[in-house]
Design a protein around this ligand. Structure first.
Ligand SMILES: Cc1ncc(C[n+]2csc(CCOP(=O)(O)OP(=O)(O)O)c2C)c(N)n1
Ligand SMILES: [Mg+2]
Length: 413
């Protein structure tokens, strides 16, 4: 077409993944960054510039020898750590059972948080009970921390008559008013700017609530990410903004989502204190979030966090990762497994044992199986009962607009 410019001198780059099927994945062994490398600045007085080293380094606590080290050690009591371990185990077992249900035709679709369990769980534990949660589909674990009943979660995934959103959402796209857990949205990234808006409203009302939100590495390539950061930068509301860098956006590697050094570094030009944290280190994730919550309490506004992790499973039940990455790539991930790391630390510290872990796993598995049996009393995928079709017209508008009313009458005929 005439008038179109052709690149002649500047090369056009198409990034690729570090390893592809058939390659031997090698991330260079253990993390070169060590617990204790990075200081823990005072949250009330910290400047953005002070966090520049934290955007290229990695905030860690759990060392490779299963000890907790450095200024970021949150010094959590054994009971809290065991509670955190229990929630992570619960999520993993729940996810694995639900994925089996999907494979045997009992759920239409499923998404696991496998390998990323520490993130939503440690972060929600570090918040106040009343804080707002604006999740993506890989933070359902926050609901366990807030006490959501498994039966209700399964009813949602089936879409039966007890589904609290009456079949209006895809499975795993939970919504839970009582837990201040805002509806997960299928169009990725929309939650980022909505969360900032709610945080601004909290500040305006002076209600002492903080807001947390997450999006993925891939989603951070969308405008919503920058809109959210810019509003957070300008108005400094009480918000914790997270990019979960799990290396993959379905089959697209994170290399395609940013040309910059790290995702964390993108918070610095917005003048927001920014951190990169080992997302598989429960204590480090907890600690950084506690820091951000303390900063909010001190009236200093937003914190931006890159949780550095690895999506060990497929994107969803519709994905086959062996098509685009080595099947054993996750085994070389230097961050290891978040559950195993906290478990090994607790065993070494004398608070836990393999036998107790095994026993707890069996108890949880039995609980999940019982919860599924209870849930299908309200309808299964094959035969229902399902919410009536009329629910597509209810609980959305306070005053139903004329065109929706017309459609409703049409359906009634
Ligand atoms: C606006 C929009 N574009 C595309 C999609 C399809 N889609 C769903 S998830 C996804 C990848 C997201 O990857 P990432 O943000 O890294 O999150 P992760 O799945 O790794 O947690 C895409 C492209 C979508 N749901 N919404
Ligand atoms: Mg991702």
């Amino acid at each position: 077409m005439s008038g179109r410019k052709t690149a002649t001198t500047t090369p056009y780059t198409i990034p690729t993944a570090p390893f592809r099927p058939g390659d031997k994945a090698d991330f260079g062994g253990l993390w070169k960054e060590k617990p204790g490398d990075l200081s823990r600045p005072d949250p009330a007085s910290c400047t953005t510039a002070q966090t520049i080293p934290h955007t290229s380094g990695l905030v860690r606590v759990l060392d490779d020898d299963d000890l907790a080290k450095g200024e970021w050690d949150p010094k959590l009591g054994a009971e809290d750590m065991l509670i955190g371990l229990g929630y992570m185990l619960r999520l993993r077992i729940f996810d694995d059972r639900m994925m089996k249900m999907q494979r045997t035709g009992k759920l239409s679709f499923y998404m696991r948080s496998h390998g990323e369990e520490a993130i939503a769980i440690a972060q929600t534990m570090a918040l106040d009970e009343k804080d707002w949660i604006f999740p993506s589909y890989r933070q359902p674990g926050a609901q366990f921390v807030r006490g959501r009943d498994m039966v209700s979660m399964i009813c949602h995934c089936i879409g039966n008559i007890e589904d609290n959103v009456s079949g209006r959402q895809m499975p795993v796209h939970y919504s839970w008013r009582e837990g201040h857990f805002i509806s997960i949205s299928s169009p990725v990234g929309t939650q980022f700017s909505q969360a900032v808006g709610v945080a601004m409203a909290s500040a305006y009302k002076g209600d002492d609530q903080a807001t947390i939100t997450w999006l993925g590495d891939g989603t951070s390539a969308q405008g919503d990410f920058h809109y959210g950061l810019n509003f957070a930068s300008v108005f400094k509301p009480p918000i914790i903004l997270n990019v979960v860098n799990n290396q993959w956006a379905i089959s697209t590697h994170a290399n395609n989502a940013t040309g910059g050094s790290t995702f964390a570094a993108r918070g610095i030009p917005y003048d927001i204190p920014s951190f990169r944290v080992d997302g598989n280190d429960f204590l480090a994730v907890y600690s950084i979030t506690k820091w951000a919550r303390e900063r909010i309490r001190a009236g200093k506004g937003p914190t931006f966090i890159e949780t550095y992790t690895y999506r060990t499973g497929g994107h969803s039940s519709s994905d086959d990762p062996s098509r685009y990455r080595p099947a054993d790539e996750f085994e070389s991930w230097p961050g290891g497994d978040p559950i195993k790391r906290l478990k090994d630390y607790l065993i070494k510290a004398g608070y836990w044992s393999e036998a107790k872990h095994q026993h707890l796993s069996e108890l949880i598995d039995a609980e999940v199986v019982a919860a599924y049996k209870e849930a299908v009393k309200f309808g299964d995928l094959a035969s229902g009962p399902y919410p009536p079709a009329s629910t597509i017209f209810t609980e959305v508008y306070e005053e139903v607009p004329w065109h929706i009313q017309e459609q409703r009458e049409e359906l009634g005929k």
